[in-house]
Design a protein around this ligand. Structure first.
Ligand SMILES: CC(C)(COP(=O)(O)OP(=O)(O)OC[C@H]1O[C@@H](n2cnc3c(N)ncnc32)[C@H](O)[C@@H]1OP(=O)(O)O)[C@@H](O)C(=O)NCCC(=O)NCCS
Length: 287
């Protein structure tokens, strides 16, 4: 087996299949990367499928597709090994994949990859009641710089830990993302930053992204100030997310959570959120 540049006919077949598969996708990893590195999987020079990779320090295995007649012969495992070798040769330290819950084949193929994060989804049945005594208001521009710096640092540390990277790598990425999303330091049409107060003190913050495609509220950041934790304020923030989704007539609230973040994971389980996609990773030790 080898990986080589694909013919245009193979790419056409793969893209047609992809369009059908991702029509109802909720996975932010899917659908965006047709231009990235795609390889034909070949057996004795014959094209049998496609593997799509984005090769950086943490490589992304974006898709693995075998033509229907080529399935059930063990080619998928060999293609994954070939892709891992290719990523390693190009300097990747690990490779990441998104496995949709319910995709039994992918679940088995990537069972030896470690779980790093999950994409969770919760449905919005109606308005949500935020407990009495907790009020919410948009974040003020004067509060933004401190909140942004905390938010960037928290995410940079967590993602560095999850992916085995240095915070020096993850920090600028996080800062760029937040500056692009909220350039004026206040909520805009697609990003809402809320402050929750109790007894006239700030207790928690919540950053929501309002998405058209897919139609959802996406929780970018939820944080309770350390001195106020375990008093139900994160549950109140989650209810606010639901309330905002209802106000925008959006049916779903989604978010990502790192596997090592047990407090957050328990919070979402408690709120009835379900896993839609698992992000799994395999380290690629140098040869
Ligand atoms: C995760 C976080 C938002 C929880 O905030 P909180 O206000 O303390 O949460 P709540 O008081 O509303 O707790 C709700 C439930 O979450 C779970 N939970 C919260 N903190 C927990 C902890 N330290 N250990 C175990 N479970 C925890 C519990 O099930 C809890 O219910 P209980 O107190 O009745 O047992 C908070 O720890 C935090 O800000 N962490 C840093 C930022 C972060 O990781 N955000 C999540 C990113 S995905």
């Amino acid at each position: 087996m080898d990986l080589a540049a694909p013919t245009s006919e193979l790419v056409r077949l793969w893209q047609r299949d992809w369009a059908l598969r991702s029509r109802f996708t909720s996975d932010p990893q899917q659908g965006a990367h047709f231009e990235d590195t795609t390889f034909a999987i070949r057996i004795a020079g014959r094209e049998i499928g496609v593997i799509a990779l984005e090769i950086t320090e943490t490589a992304n295995l974006i898709d693995l597709w075998l033509m229907p007649g080529e399935r059930g012969h063990g080619y998928a495992r060999r293609a994954i090994s070939a892709a891992e070798d290719l990523c390693r040769r190009h300097g990747a330290r690990n490779v990441r994949v998104a496995v949709r819950v319910g995709d039994s084949v992918a679940t088995v193929l990537f069972s030896h990859y470690a779980l790093v994060a999950s994409h969770l989804t919760g449905s919005v049945a109606g308005p949500a009641a935020i407990p009495e005594g907790i009020v919410h208001r948009p974040m003020r521009a004067t509060e933004f710089p401190t909140w942004r710096d905390d938010c960037v640092e928290e995410y940079a540390q967590q993602s560095a830990y999850a992916y085995g990277l240095s915070p020096a790598v993850t920090r600028p990425v996080a800062l760029r993302a937040i500056n692009q999303a909220i350039p004026d330091g206040v909520s805009n049409d697609t990003n809402e930053i809320w402050v929750l107060e109790a007894e006239a003190q700030t207790v928690a913050t919540l950053w929501l992204r309002i998405d058209d495609r897919p139609r959802q509220v996406y929780i970018q950041n939820i944080e309770t100030l350390p001195a106020h934790r375990r008093k139900g304020y994160a549950q109140a923030s989650m209810k606010l997310a639901q309330e905002r989704a209802h106000a925008h007539s959006l049916p779903t609230v989604r978010l990502n959570v790192f596997a090592h973040n047990l407090p957050a994971r328990r919070l979402y389980d408690r709120m009835g959120y379900e896993t839609a996609v698992e992000f799994r990773i395999k380290d690629l030790p140098p040869e």
